[in-house]
Design a protein around this ligand. Structure first.
Ligand SMILES: Nc1nc2c(c(=O)[nH]1)N[C@@H](CN(C=O)c1ccc(C(=O)N[C@@H](CCC(=O)O)C(=O)O)cc1)CN2
Length: 285
């Protein structure tokens, strides 16, 4: 078998074109969706992601503010900034780029963001609503993954989905979101026993561990759908996923590449959530 490769980049481009039209319609109604992104410090990867978010927003005609703060910014200064953005009527989406420097308490900062503007979907209220299966902002990477599966017509209900990784951004929420769609979900992590036996049972395998080529073909069930969320920069500067793409290609039915797979969908879903926030705040359709 040779898997079909799911290119998130292509789907992201189609979706962003539709969003561009939506933003233009909203502007005619006097609503100008605004995404404000805060970055603290100068981590090169994070800087590149936030600039990507700014570019993507501007390309679809959305207003975007990028606030770059020095590493020395205090916890209180960041909380005060978030508070002022919560009260700023012109701002619809607030995103604080993670990770934050160690002296800042990430949880407190996330909890300070108004749930109405929580376009990352990381606020405990958003997470709680997601767990209850209620309408809310869903975290961008998992939402991008579900959108890719749906776009390909891949059945989720009744399937055994195995999630390797339990991060706040990807692992935990994607498992819950697949459960909400009636998949049978198993989480695996660094302390899981006999992990390979579990991985080989996966109809849908989500890998988000941040270790280059961690998963090889012999850990994958024949015909599985393999979603690679890893973004690992190698010493030679190339980017690779958590899955050994070439060998997995022969075993899977569908597979996402790195780059051009899940990554571009993350930013696309952020734009989607910001448009949704603007519509909700202004009560327009
Ligand atoms: N507040 C948040 N912080 C972080 C998030 C998040 O969703 N919200 N996710 C990650 C980083 N991230 C977005 O912020 C992100 C990672 C990767 C990509 C992406 O498009 N990857 C490309 C390759 C890009 C490259 O060449 O480096 C791909 O996979 O094709 C987008 C966004 C952590 N922090």
């Amino acid at each position: 078998m040779s898997a079909e490769v799911i290119y998130g980049r292509e789907l992201a481009n189609d979706l962003r074109e539709r969003m561009r039209q939506e933003v233009s319609k909203l502007s005619e109604q006097g609503v100008h969706p605004n995404l404000t992104v805060i970055i603290v410090g100068e981590d090169p990867a994070s800087l590149s992601y936030v600039r990507g978010k700014e570019r993507a927003s501007q390309k679809i005609g959305m207003q975007s503010n990028l606030i770059e703060l020095p590493e020395s910014t205090s916890h209180q200064e960041l909380l005060d900034l978030v508070d002022s953005l919560n009260h700023n009527q012109d701002v619809h989406g607030i995103l604080v780029q993670l990770p934050l420097p160690e002296h800042i308490n990430e949880d407190e900062v996330i909890e300070a963001i108004s749930p109405k503007k929580d376009v990352d979907g990381f606020h405990p209220i958003s997470i709680g609503r997601m767990m209850a299966g209620k309408e809310t902002f869903l975290p961008c990477t998992p939402l991008g993954i579900l959108t890719m599966l749906d776009e390909k017509g891949i059945e989720i209900e009744g399937k055994h989905a195995v999630v390797l990784g339990r991060s706040r951004i990807v692992g935990k929420p994607i498992g819950q979101m697949l459960l909400n769609r009636n998949a049978t979900v198993t989480y695996c992590h660094s302390k899981t026993n006999q992990v390979d036996d579990i991985l080989r049972q996966a109809d849908i395998l989500i890998v988000a561990v941040g270790k280059p080529s961690f998963i090889e073909a012999d850990q994958i069930k024949e015909g599985a759908v393999v979603i690679d969320v890893g973004v690992n920069r190698l010493e030679d500067g190339t980017l690779t996923g958590d899955v050994d793409f070439e060998s997995a290609l022969e075993k899977a039915s569908y597979i996402t590449p790195v780059p051009r797979g899940v990554g571009p969908m993350t930013i696309t879903m952020l734009l989607h959530n910001t448009i949704k926030a603007a519509k909700q705040i202004h009560s327009v359709e």
